[in-house]
Structure formats: C-alpha cells, structure tokens
Design a protein around this ligand. Structure first.
Ligand SMILES: C[S@@+](CC[C@H](N)C(=O)[O-])C[C@H]1O[C@@H](n2cnc3c(N)ncnc32)[C@H](O)[C@@H]1O
Length: 229
C-alpha cells in the first residue's frame, strides 16, 4: 500500500503540473457527479462536499498561489483538500461541533513526529482512565458514566496546551453521545479512528486556520493579517 505521504506528494505534483482552465469552462458531468468514488470524507458531517469534487475544482480552477477561504466550512472538506495541495486555507463555521472538527486540520501545520507524540501522550492517559477491555469483554456492555468522562476531560484540560485541546475536543464530538452509548470500547474505537485520521493528515507549512463565527461578520482584517502575511 502507498503511504499517505507518498500520495500527498503525488497530489501536489499533479496540482502544480495540471493546467488551469477558464472559469467559464464547465467540467465534464462525470467529474461533477463523482461517478467513480475513490475517496471518502475524513469526518462524517451532513451536507459536506465530496472530497473528489473539491479536488477537481481546485485542480481545474484554482490559481497555484491562491489563499482559500471557505466561509461555510462545516467539517472542513475544502480546507483539507486545499491543505493537501499545500495551499493556505481558512474555514469559518457557525456550528461549534463542525468547527471543532475543521479545527483539527490545524495539526497539518505540525511535523508528523510531533503529532505522533501528542497522540501517544493522550492515548496513555486515556488508557489509565479507561483500561482497554480484554478481547472477550469487547462485546459486553461496559457502560461508563458521563461523570467519569467529564473528569477525564477536565483533568486533561488543566494540563494540556492548545493543540492537545484541539484533539480532545474533536474526540468528544466524534463520541457522538446523542447516538451512541458511552462504553469503554466506544471510547477506545473512537479515539483510535481519530488518531488514524490525524496520523494520515498531510504536512504543510502553508497556514491552516478555522474560525468559529458567522460568515456574515467574518473578521476579514484578522483573516488578512493571519493568512496573507
Ligand atoms: C453545506 S455545508 C458546507 C460544506 C463544506 N464547505 C465542506 O467543505 O464540506 C454548510 C455549512 O455552513 C454552515 N453555515 C450556515 N450558515 C452559516 C453562517 N452564516 N456562517 C457560518 N457558517 C454557516 C452550516 O452550519 C453548515 O455546516
């Protein structure tokens, strides 16, 4: 299997090599319909765009020195795809849960070794709080109280920095407790999936930002200061 780093490298090469087309020129309907779906979104979110659609729009129409601003970022498909091409990108989103997911893409600006260290450090503390069930216990209902989860989050929050909070917040959103029972296995499976996603993020020095705000009052000055420096 090709590593994610290799795939990202290939994507960036393709982005630089492919010729732009006129904005007034339509893309073939087969591309817009995503007849051949080869990729899925990293996070599930209602109403999000297909990654391949965004990839093709950027490949075809996006100037190679562009700054991407998605005022309706949801869980950040546009931001992620832009980051894969090494473009600076900023998302704005009104819904805090969606914004928290988009915010994880800021980790793209960290070297992968640092991301790995962060993940390991949180995983160790998670394991201390919620020891992994043995294989034969995995299918049993090992429900945890919300209070215990809250203690874990509070404890970690007091001793973590901003970046670790990004991971913790996303973890809580992905637990999706409105639709899932809080069990030890759910906690570990959710954390594992998040870790895998983060490990596979591309690395980019082009700044990635996400703002929790209403697009109608987007702080354009902040955006310009942060992104266009
Ligand atoms: C169709 S989704 C956008 C999909 C996204 N661009 C992507 O890359 O997958 C629309 C998002 O816009 C957000 N939204 C709606 N009105 C907004 C506003 N005034 N300001 C910021 N976000 C808003 C919604 O919460 C929703 O998550």
């Amino acid at each position: 299997m090709q590593s994610n780093t290799f795939l990202i490298h290939k994507l960036r090469k393709k982005f630089l090599a492919q010729e732009l087309i006129e904005f007034s020129t339509d893309l073939p309907q087969s591309i817009l319909n995503i007849e051949d779906k080869t990729r899925s979104n990293i996070f599930t979110w209602r109403g999000q765009f297909s990654p391949q659609l965004i990839e093709n729009l950027l490949l075809s129409y996006c100037p190679r020195d562009a700054h991407i601003l998605d005022p309706f970022a949801a869980s950040g498909t546009v931001i992620y795809e832009a980051a894969c091409f090494g473009l600076p990108a900023c998302g704005c989103e009104l819904n805090p849960a969606a914004w928290i997911l988009t915010r994880t893409y800021q980790l793209i600006n960290l070297p992968s070794a640092k991301r790995d260290r962060l993940i390991i450090s949180i995983a160790e503390r998670l394991e201390n709080y919620f020891p992994k069930p043995k294989i034969f216990e995995y299918f049993e209902i090992d429900e945890i109280s919300y209070a215990k989860l809250q203690n874990f989050i509070n404890d970690l929050y007091t001793e973590t920095d901003y970046i670790e909070k990004i991971i913790l917040d996303a973890f809580v959103i992905l637990l999706d407790l409105a639709n899932h029972k809080l069990t030890t296995s759910h906690v570990h499976k959710t954390f594992y999936k998040l870790c895998q996603a983060i490990k596979n993020f591309p690395e980019s020095e082009a700044p990635i930002a996400s703002l929790l705000c209403d697009a109608r009052s987007l702080p354009v000055e902040y955006y310009a200061r942060y992104m266009l420096r």
